[in-house]
Ligand binder design. Structure first.
Ligand code: MRU
Length: 343
């Protein structure tokens, strides 16, 4: 954030074009979450915090608390599944409310709370890397789904952070990158990150994962999460559940990496996690860069065909070997979650 402006990488243009967008007010910043200019649990949370700080700066003195309250509703309505978004909005609201009617202090508190959310995310993800890296032995072949790296957080990432630490420690991990249709966050973003980090990897079609696991070509799976229920059930990008079931069928350990800000202790089980449904055009069309340098949207389905597009799924806790958090690796169980949850 620079003054009242939030600056953001325009992720839909990656990996072919790097562009930073300026978001002048909280409406624009909320829209950037809804349209997925920014995406990924931690990045959404940090952005939501800054949107709330912008709202506090914009709010007229005469209707300060009503204005900030409406902004909170607006930001929370952008995307339903990522818990970090709700964590961030509530954290900024608490900071503002603690200052009562002193609006100068309330605005400063909102700014400080937003900055702390972003800084906390970076610290947590760095610690996730340290706790998760020992799971990756020399030359291990890691499977991951979607993008849970530094583009999805403030820094480091969740699922990819242990990979980056293991790589820096010289253990030469190899990563199977699920393409992650329909928006291809794996093919576009995870592959870009791994290439930048010098980590050996190959992008695979999502439906290749089962074959690779059955033929002994995957040593472990590490994925991120958008929301973790109090019983250890995990919501993550659509396709994660299939990967977890196939991993279990083939004796491949399946880990979830997430900061504790992703835990929703009010949510008893995965049945209660809201699953975002997105537009059918994401399935019917794909975006890409032609060899002539043209960025284009092309339709892959017949014009008369409709599509269905759930964006997340829930993996039951019994498939999860452990949850890698900033406080250590804990079992995906009520007891494990209770050990690390923030009160
Ligand atoms: O829809 P997205 O791209 O915001 O999806 C969220 C994710 O990035 C993933 O589900 C990820 O694996 C876990 S959160 C970084």
């Amino acid at each position: 954030m620079e003054g009242p402006t939030v600056r953001m990488i325009n992720q839909p243009l990656l990996p072919h074009r790097f562009e930073v967008v300026d978001l002048a007010d909280h409406h624009a910043t909320a829209a950037s979450i809804r349209t997925m200019i920014v995406r990924g649990a931690g990045a959404i949370g940090a952005t939501a915090g800054y949107a709330m700080a912008q709202a506090a700066l914009e709010a007229p003195d005469a209707s300060f608390h009503a204005f900030v309250g409406e902004a909170a509703e607006r930001v929370q309505a952008t995307r339903p599944t990522a818990q970090n978004l709700f964590f961030a909005v509530r954290a900024v609201l608490r900071a503002v409310e603690a200052e009562g009617s002193d609006l100068t202090r309330a605005r400063a508190a909102a700014m400080a709370a937003a900055q702390e959310i972003a800084d906390d995310d970076a610290r947590c993800c760095e610690a996730i890397g340290r706790h998760g890296a020992p799971l990756i032995l020399t030359g291990a072949r890691v499977s991951t789904h979607c993008n849970a790296g530094w583009l999805a957080f403030v820094d480091w990432g969740s699922a990819l952070s242990p990979v980056y630490v293991a790589a820096r420690e010289g253990r030469r991990p190899f990563v199977w990158v699920d393409e992650t249709r329909p928006r291809s966050q794996g093919a576009r973003l995870t592959a870009l990150e791994l290439a930048n980090e010098g980590v050996d990897h190959a992008v695979i079609a999502d439906n290749a994962t089962g074959h690779l696991m059955r033929t002994g070509q995957v040593d472990l799976v590490i994925v991120g999460s958008d929301r973790i229920a109090a019983n250890g059930d995990v919501a993550n990008k659509i396709g994660t559940y299939s990967s977890a079931v196939v991993a279990a069928a083939n004796g491949v350990p399946f880990y979830v990496a997430a900061p504790t800000t992703t835990i929703d202790s009010d949510c008893p089980s995965g049945e209660h996690i809201p699953i975002e449904e997105r537009g059918e055009e994401e399935v019917c069309y794909t975006w890409g860069w032609s060899d002539d340098g043209v960025f284009a949207r092309v339709r892959t389905t017949p014009t008369g065909s409709h599509a269905h597009n759930p964006a997340f799924d829930v993996t039951p806790a019994r498939y999860v070997a452990g949850i890698i958090t900033e406080k250590g690796v804990v079992p995906a169980s009520p007891e494990g979650i209770a050990q690390v949850v923030r009160r």
